[in-house]
Design a protein around this ligand. Structure first.
Ligand SMILES: Nc1ncnc2c1ncn2[C@@H]1O[C@H](COP(=O)(O)OP(=O)(O)OP(=O)(O)O)[C@@H](O)[C@H]1O
Ligand SMILES: [Mg+2]
Length: 167
């Protein structure tokens, strides 16, 4: 999916999206920012993270930056992994390189972080043992936010994983 097609599909899906009630409120009353990156480029995670920091500073929500950067980093890394085949190549869907969309919305008190990817498949918090080196990303997200979940969205090929936190 190329970036123009992805942004159009994202905007349609986001408009039709139901179920994230707080998000509807934020869309009506708050401010939002959308960032799109190639989901299998190694720079996607650091770019999204830096972008989140800059936006939160602009919104006067610098006190949320540390938690938000961690959440963005974990969710975008998961999206990048899901969008990359075992041989390291992007999982092309025929329309181009997969994308990841970071959308942040806030009324200056609540912050909603959404990470959209174009790959079907559910995020599932793992239960790592003490010696396991991975499987903790979603646990870290859960620890840094008030609530998180994921859902599919109409007209969007993948899903959106979201986390809500308060200033
Ligand atoms: N965007 C996603 N698309 C598809 N599957 C996902 C996505 N995010 C997470 N998952 C699934 O959920 C599992 C748990 O994710 P989590 O971030 O907790 O651990 P991890 O990514 O395996 O390891 P770590 O984050 O510690 O490096 C992943 O292994 C993956 O199978
Ligand atoms: Mg992870």
């Amino acid at each position: 999916m190329d970036q123009r097609i992805a942004v159009d599909a994202f905007q349609r899906s986001a408009r039709e999206q139901r179920g994230v009630a707080v998000d509807a409120e934020l869309r009506a009353e708050g401010t939002e920012n959308v960032f799109v990156a190639g989901a299998s480029l190694p720079g996607a995670t650091p770019c999204a993270r830096l972008h989140a920091r800059a936006v939160l500073s602009e919104w006067g929500l610098g006190e949320l930056a540390e938690a938000a950067e961690l959440i963005v980093s974990e969710l975008v890394t998961n999206a990048v992994r899901a969008s990359t085949a075992p041989d390291g190549h992007p999982r092309y869907d025929g329309a181009g390189m997969p994308v990841v969309v970071l959308r942040m919305a806030s009324d200056r008190i609540k912050l909603m972080i959404e990470v959209w990817d174009v790959i079907p498949g559910a995020p599932a918090a793992a239960h790592p043992g003490p010696d396991d080196e991975s499987g903790r990303g979603l646990m870290l997200v859960a620890a840094q936010c008030d609530r998180w979940s994921w859902q599919s969205a109409p007209g969007w090929p993948g899903k959106v994983v979201w986390a809500e936190l308060h200033g």
